[in-house]
Design a protein around this ligand. Structure first.
Ligand code: BYC
Length: 312
């Protein structure tokens, strides 16, 4: 019976039908989606920290207002994604517990510090830029609520990417010190941004099955290549240099060849030993504890509303 269900399920995927929350799905598909969507949600929320750190120090009121809106958007993305994960039959509490107990990951990039204002430019340009490449592809993912969440998130991310690029452009056209600051931020964020796409396809534990189920529509290496190809011209346009001596246009492939990522560093960061892993989780735990009274107040308010409705 189950084999028959699985065949029908795969036929629906092959026919590009979206899978919806109440549809039958293999348990492994459900678990894989909970893993990916919740890790995506955690990334959005933890990703608020490096940028949030600069809200009080933005160089102008205009930049401060933009950054505030951007960081708020990231929190919103986290909420859409937690809601999408909850449609798969898991609660928000369970997801947050998994993050706090180190059972769930979040994107490695957010374990690097944002030490100068130019880092805010580099994060918007490169980190949101990499996220868009990945998320445009995920708009066609097979699970309906995830795909629809991605459509809205992508619209907001393209504004984020442009605000980051604009900061970099402004600094690159400024004084020698400002240009140096922009180049330094690019130097530090380039390789971690490439790591966002995950391990090589040959090393990727989940890719083959996720591609078959169309949870992922393009592989880690395909998306990374796309990101490199688009970023080179963007860096040239503002007079910055991508910190990779092996970067070279390959006429035959129609793509840029580029150097090898430091996979040991990637492994260290996802194992919890990056520069800011402990700080990020400690901050999240504290914020979660500080917000407990809000959650309790909401539950007791809901109870009262329900009691009043029943009494009426
Ligand atoms: N960092 O088999 P693989 C944003 C893990 S935030 C950490 O290739 P998969 C923004 C992977 O989880 C946007 N861990 O996995 C917010 C797996 O471990 P588990 C974030 C990584 O899932 C604020 C193991 O390595 N975007 O835009 O097929 C400010 C093996 O990997 C990473 C998303 O989350 C990594 N970089 O492919 C600014 C996109 N890479 O789970 C901006 C949604 C791999 O077995 N996610 N791992 O313990 C995806 O598209 C996929 O999950 C990935 C990985 C491409 C990331």
């Amino acid at each position: 019976m189950s084999e028959q269900h699985e065949q029908i399920f795969q036929n629906r995927i092959d026919a590009e039908e979206k899978i919806e929350p109440k549809d039958w799905m293999p348990e492994a598909y459900r678990r894989n989606l909970i893993r990916q969507i919740s890790q995506h949600a955690h990334s959005e929320v933890i990703g608020m920290q490096p940028e949030g750190n600069w809200i009080t120090r933005a160089p102008t009121l205009h930049r401060k207002a933009i950054l505030l809106a951007k960081v708020q958007d990231e929190g919103g993305h986290g909420l859409y994604l937690y809601s999408a994960a909850e449609t798969l039959g898991i609660s928000r509490e369970e997801l947050i517990d998994a993050l706090h107990e180190g059972r769930a990951k979040y994107a490695s990039i957010f374990n690097y510090p944002a030490i100068t204002w130019a880092d805010i430019g580099a994060i918007g340009w490169l980190v949101d830029g990499a996220a868009i490449v990945n998320q445009v592809s995920l708009q066609r993912t097979s699970y309906g609520p995830y795909a629809r969440g991605m459509v809205r998130i992508c619209k907001e991310e393209s504004f984020h990417q442009r605000q980051g690029y604009h900061i970099m452009m402004t600094l690159a056209r400024g004084s020698a010190d400002q240009k140096h600051m922009a180049q330094d931020a690019l130097n530090r964020f380039w390789w971690p941004a490439l790591m966002m796409f995950g391990p090589h396809d040959s090393e990727s534990a989940h890719s083959a099955q996720s591609m078959k189920w169309k949870v992922k529509r393009q592989t880690n290496d395909e998306l990374r290549q796309k990101f490199v190809d688009q970023s080179v011209a963007q860096a040239e346009e503002i007079g910055l240099t991508i910190p990779d001596p092996d970067l070279i246009w390959n006429e035959k492939r129609g793509h840029y060849d580029f150097g090898e990522i430091d996979w040991d560093e990637f492994a260290q960061v996802i194992a919890g030993n990056g520069p800011c892993n402990r700080q990020r989780l400690t901050h999240h735990r504290r914020a979660h504890e500080d917000g407990a009274w809000v959650r309790e107040a909401m539950v007791s308010y809901q109870k009262k509303v329900q009691q009043r409705r029943e009494a009426a």
